[in-house]
Design a protein around this ligand. Structure first.
Ligand code: AMP
Length: 247
């Protein structure tokens, strides 16, 4: 059966507003496109692009997502301290160095201090490896086999639709042998929950950034000898479908 990637991207005055992606069979395309367009209609935008493309290769099937855990704190500083300590131990990167890297997201990680469209790639030596530091790398071509079922399951447990998207992205990321961990805060100023992910866990951290801050981004922590071209090929070109969530 042929599968198609559907990508919707909307912007306002050249600035990114929202984006969504699905991988579906041909017969589902009209319904899914309608659903994605309905979702964006609540937002203010002046440009929207819908791209539908047949997958060029068979998707990699992952049986389970990362396992979701949750940690709550009374302030974002405590959340950040937990995340930095955890990743510092896990990655064997000194906490100060790690914090300096992560803090770039809170100030705008692109050289012009704006948010990046994609993620920073940082080696365990503490070096940034993105080919283009303004853009970063984007994880695309990932979805759940049965998106509706997974969304229903996660929403009924009190998780947000953002968690569904982010869990898919980080599950694809961490399935790649050279990606060891991920750190993420949203660029939405009123969404303060973030997450860290390691090889088998997706840990939601609330709050992880201050309310009102329109900055955010992702850091992918990779092995020091990572082949950057192969990493980009996997993240941007290899389709991945996830069968179920691990809870
Ligand atoms: P979001 O979780 O959509 O609020 O995105 C937070 C930040 O993560 C964005 O500002 C981007 O820097 C980055 N980002 C968003 N989507 C992706 C993606 N698909 N792959 C890599 N980085 C992303």
């Amino acid at each position: 059966m042929s599968l198609y990637s559907i990508k919707v991207r909307t912007s306002l005055q050249g600035n990114h507003v929202s984006g969504a992606e699905r991988i579906v069979s041909k017969d589902k395309i009209p319904d899914v496109v309608r659903h994605l367009l309905q979702r964006q209609s609540a937002k203010d935008f002046d440009f929207s692009n819908v791209k539908i493309e047949k997958l060029k290769e068979k998707p990699l099937i992952l049986e389970k997502s990362l396992k979701i855990e949750e940690k709550r704190f009374t302030s974002w500083q405590e959340g950040l301290d937990f995340a930095a300590r955890f990743l510092s131990d896990y990655l064997k990167i000194e906490k100060n160095t790690l914090e300096k890297l992560i803090k770039q997201l809170y100030e705008g990680a692109s050289p012009d201090k704006k948010n990046m469209r994609g993620a920073m790639v940082v080696s365990t030596d503490g070096l940034r490896l993105e080919k283009d530091p303004y853009r970063g790398v984007r994880t695309v071509l990932v979805d759940f086999v049965d998106r509706e079922r997974i969304e229903e399951k996660l929403l009924s447990l009190g998780f947000t639709p953002r968690t569904v998207d982010a869990l898919a992205i980080s599950t694809k990321n961490l399935a790649y042998p050279d990606i060891l961990a991920e750190f993420c805060i949203s660029d939405d100023s009123d969404y303060t929950t973030g997450y860290i992910a390691i090889k088998d866990k997706y840990i939601r951290v609330s709050p992880l950034k201050p309310y009102g801050l329109p900055k955010g981004g992702r850091v992918y922590f990779v092995k020091s000898n990572t082949d950057i071209d192969k990493l980009y090929l996997y993240l941007e070109n290899t389709p991945v479908l996830i069968e179920d969530v691990a809870l």
